[in-house]
Write a protein that binds this ligand. Sequence first.
Ligand SMILES: *Cc1c(COP(=O)(O)O)cnc(C)c1O
Length: 223
Amino acid sequence: AAIEFVVVNWMLEAIGWGPQPRRPEAGAEISAGVLTHGGSLANLTGLLAARARIAPTAWVEGVPDDLVVMVSPVAHYSVARAVSILGIGSNAIRPLECDQWGRGVADRLDAQIDAVRASGKRVMAIIANACATATGLHDPLREIGEVCNANDIWFHVDACHGASALLHAQTRPELDGIELADAVIWDAHKMLQVSALCAAVLFRDHRSFDIAFAQQASYLAYG
Ligand SMILES: *Cc1c(COP(=O)(O)O)cnc(C)c1O
């Protein structure tokens, strides 16, 4: 737990958030994160928080049928898998418009969001690749993130493969705008060369973390 705390804080600071204090003051705006067994579980956990934000009663009443998730067509398969596991169903996935290289384009995003809303649906999350696994190309995070923030839509950045580019001044610009995300996923077993599955789910706002872990475990001692 001590190592997890340090690693998560180091990652939060690399993004430009955090660090999470050991004893947060009530009401303080702080970031938070947790390590999971691989990026697939990390994507699931991040999207669980997105679901909890737009549909907080889903834990108790089940999942509403008006949710849509906007995902790049070249996203990692674990994203579609997570959407299905969450009970939203992969039919709820709308492809993000991309350029010829498979990078998301933000120009028509507002129109895409309007079309979803006009059909009576709600956008649960927009997911960007940083980078796409097959091509190594990063989506324009600042442009997509600004549209998400302006529309109050959860911005999920799947940076499993590419978040480590944050660590070098030369590659960091690829991730410009990552701090606009609600959740960032970062695999340590890829470019950080950790030898066992180890991924981080990092939340800009610790309350997002809290709603993804709503259950109480009284047998665990804290502090
Ligand atoms: C590798 C990867 C994942 C998750 O894979 P795991 O093997 O579960 O860590 C998710 N998204 C992207 C973009 C990836 O490259």
